[in-house]
Ligand binder design. Sequence first.
Ligand code: ATP
Length: 333
Amino acid sequence: MARLEIRQVSKIFADHTAVSDVSLTVNDGEFLVLLGPSGCGKSTLLRMIAGLDLPTYGDIVIGDRVATRLQPKDRNIAMVFQNYALYPHLTVYENIAFPLRVRGADSRLVDEKVQWAAGLVGLSKLLKRKPRQMSGGERQRTALARSLVRDPDVFLLDEPLSNLDAKLRHSAREELRQFQDRVGVTSVYVTHDQVEAMGLGDRIVVMQAGTVRQIGTPEEIYQHPADTFVATFMGSPPMNLVSQGDVTLGFRPESFLPEGNYPAGSDITRISFRVHRVEYLGGDRLLYGHVSGNLPETPAIARIPSSVAYSPVLGSETAFAVASGDLRRFETA
Ligand code: ATP
């Protein structure tokens, strides 16, 4: 295991800056998620950590070694990609054993390591299967086990769940997290899916256009976004934003409720809301409309638990409110 440090790293491709002056530290045993929209530079950053791309500026430190110019094979990292890259003609056992066979390890050691890694990811009973006889999640675990047998210092994962359907993705995410808790390898995980990032990360790095906008725990990032980009990127539907001159007010849809839902005397900020449309989601309803009255007319969304008795009169102004502690203020750029 090792600590990973990214020191003022930039990557410039011809005339395009893909990563711009990024500094961050991944603690020993930490699961760090790089999150951001397509093209924000997260894969490029991961590739530089792996040694597949060379930074234009800056350094990558793994453990106590400056690794910036080391070959990928000399970094003791393991990388798991989207497609798992398993060998279809080999059994699960031989797929997992592959990195050890390449190194010429003797067969007793190979067997010991394969059994250990397969046990960790719950594949002990499937070792004789071929990849085509397994589910997407089992293939993913095979790829994880294969990376594990090399005892990597750092695990790099580039959207490893993106090929799975929604249900499997959820269980694979859970398994991945349990696995990481058990093995405790320092991990960097790339995704553009904020739900995945929140569920997996000890901390999340939110990136945009090659730069870091915020680093924090899922809760810090969700509750206290550093700016309006992070505020709208995290959360679905996103945080409501209402601009008032040089201040932008932000409040999450679930913190925006009919005024009657707040106990008398609580510290609330009243906001008029005109509902245009209701979407029923089962546990919740989404109310789409506009805030108005005391604030500039702006589109907004409220998320109300279905258990709350409330029938909006479409098109008419209603008294809504946000607990003042849930109101965020951003400087308008
Ligand atoms: P995605 O989620 O779509 O994979 P990403 O955040 O991982 O996106 P990167 O793949 O890191 O983004 O790319 C960052 C930017 O750098 C993009 O604008 C991309 O077009 C550009 N880029 C990446 N690789 C190269 C390259 N080899 N040459 C030129 N530009 C590149």
